[in-house]
Ligand binder design. Sequence first.
Ligand code: GLA
Length: 761
Amino acid sequence: MQKLYYFGMAIKYNGNTKTFYLSGKSFAYVFGVNQFGYLQNYHFGKPVDVADDLSYMFVPVERGLAASIPDSAGRHNGLDTMPLEYPFFGGSDMRHGAFLSVSDTGLRQEDLRYKSHKITKDKPSIKGLPSLRRGGQTLIITLASKAVEVKLFYTVYEDCNTIARRTVIKNIGYKNLKLERVASLSLDLPNMNYDMVSLWGKHCGERHIERAPLRKGIQSVYSLRGASSPHFNPFLALCDPNADERQGNVIGISYIYGGNFLMSCECDFVGGTRIYAGFPDFDFGYNIHKGESFETPETALVFSDTGFGGMSRSYHDLYRGYLINPNFASNPRPIVINNWEATYFDFDDDKLCKIVDAAAPLGIDTFVLDDGWFGKRNSDTSGLGDWYVNKNKLHNGLTTIINRCKDKGMKFGLWFEPEMISEDSDLFRTHPEWRMQVPNAKPSPSRSQYVLNLSRQDVVDYLKQTLGDMLRTHDISYVKWDYNRHITDVHCTLLPPEKQQEILHRYMLGFYELVEYLTTTFPHVLFEGCSSGGGRFDPSMLPYFPQHWTSDNSDAWARTFIQYGTSLCYPLSSMAGHVSVCPNHQTGRNTPLESRGIMASLCAFGYELDISQMSDHERAIVKTQIEVYRRDISPLILNGDLYRLKSPFEGNLVNNSFAFLVVSKDKQKALLAYMQGTSECSPAPKTLKLDGLNPRQKYKLSRVHFDPATKNRKPLGGFPSAYTDSFDTIALSGSTLMSCGVPLPSFGWDFGAVMYLVEQV
Ligand code: GLA
């Protein structure tokens, strides 16, 4: 009888064949100890029969120029093409290994062979680093050379088709061992017939999708900026060349770390692919003395046989269920009004109170005071580090504005940029040595500011105290935590020369210690992450920051690209989206208020404009947006399944659009959001096939009229627009909606958008 995967037995070991079987809902990951004692990968993909010995999968072949290890039959096996679980430098493997070190004796070659393994019921946590919670069965394999032990951790999240992997290195034999390259995860796949998908970006244009077939050699994404950065996200996917949103095999790799990283695919001369996810080998070095260990961050490896849609839904469930701070993960988020784009640095109590007064009756529940409330901060050239109120601006401290919020039944949120320091600040005048700086060299400013050296314990302790005091003495329910530059001038006078390459990792450990302290000491405060928008939007932030400002670019059309790309790995509830004014402050573009609301409400929702300046008509739209968001949209954003129906990355300027469908877990409700790019005369009819519904269930679609004026709006020349709501009242079955689709409106103006509620009847 076939013994396919069944729940509760995520990890099995066959002692006869020395094979490990890791399985989830629809995948299997199989590897074993081969005759040389090396861990060899046999399969990662669709489920297999756990009774089968898969070692037949690797056929040793003699090849020219290969160094080899003869086996008992006298055949020559080269490590240079063998699919290995944790390859190391030296031996006959000439690809880039997962591990490279140098000992105080000068030895660099660690021959890491299988020593032992154990399977635990729970998942041991990682010291000082964020990681997935409540893991089930975990396989821990120990590999060892004479002086080094490497433990490989595999935890299976069966319902999310995920394996969490990480590595612990222990120095058992040398006085000192310097790690120069360490992977959390290394994975050898038997072929290179994949496209590689990555998320590249920039300030105001984060996480755009790039897809290209793998080619021989190394292709990678990385950061050397001290933060994960908007330039490459620590995420990769490999997919079948024909994989799309609905079908095809996709492997996702998401590295749970916010500092420097390297994720690469190395395709060798026989067409195998080696994946590396870990610390970069440029400017990384970590010393461990005899008896000490080093723990890597964790990596979430997902397999989907239902295309990118399946992969993303697994990540969304995984991160909502096991990574995002559980105090907030599935609870309704505050609907905020943020004053940044309304006032920038130019505000006083009067201006702020006017915004609060105008926001409260519309249903907004939290006012967030952004940059400029502290120190001598009247522009971005001064004040960072001085986390006490600027009484020249706010004469009564924060009391007036907090009381006004309370009077209006609203909560209060505050902006901080704790990791930074301005030269013109009291903090710098008192502690110039706390700035990240190379001695006797002029450090590089960025936005006129510098980075505090969080690799120092005294800096971390000071920030715990200072921020803690602010949160203890004020009624603050929400913190926006910004980080507006990257790290240069990396040096720490407290560390000896041989430890200078540890600084950026030590910085991250200091950062995690700080945010762990603050989020556990103030569990009721929602911390939102931000880094010039979405500049540090990575999985390691989610345990502390359930949501992150997605981009400084709040233009609704630009957001279709950013939110589409971000959703590949991150749940909608982790993105913050705000409605801002037009012309948009970043792109100069005009988009309808209705469209801005629809795009922002696919996120943790809010506003970033001067509501007190809005017309009555606009305020009525805002009121409807908030009512509908709270009642119908928010539950789906927090817990629903995302189906990406139309990518803005496909199509040209005229014929371009975006569509998301979010379906409740019980498939009774859904919301469909569609946005058109630039408008077109005499447009062709467009339909959109829905997905993820119950085929046997009847549904009714109703359009949400946020702006009553657009219902009958015609293009300026009076030409008719193909603008249909004809199916508004018809009940259709899920199968029909998924097979035939629904007709879409064509707007006679640019960037029109529409939202439908899909409800079971
Ligand atoms: C960054 C953030 C903005 C705003 C400014 C304030 O750019 O992304 O939202 O908070 O800082 O200086």
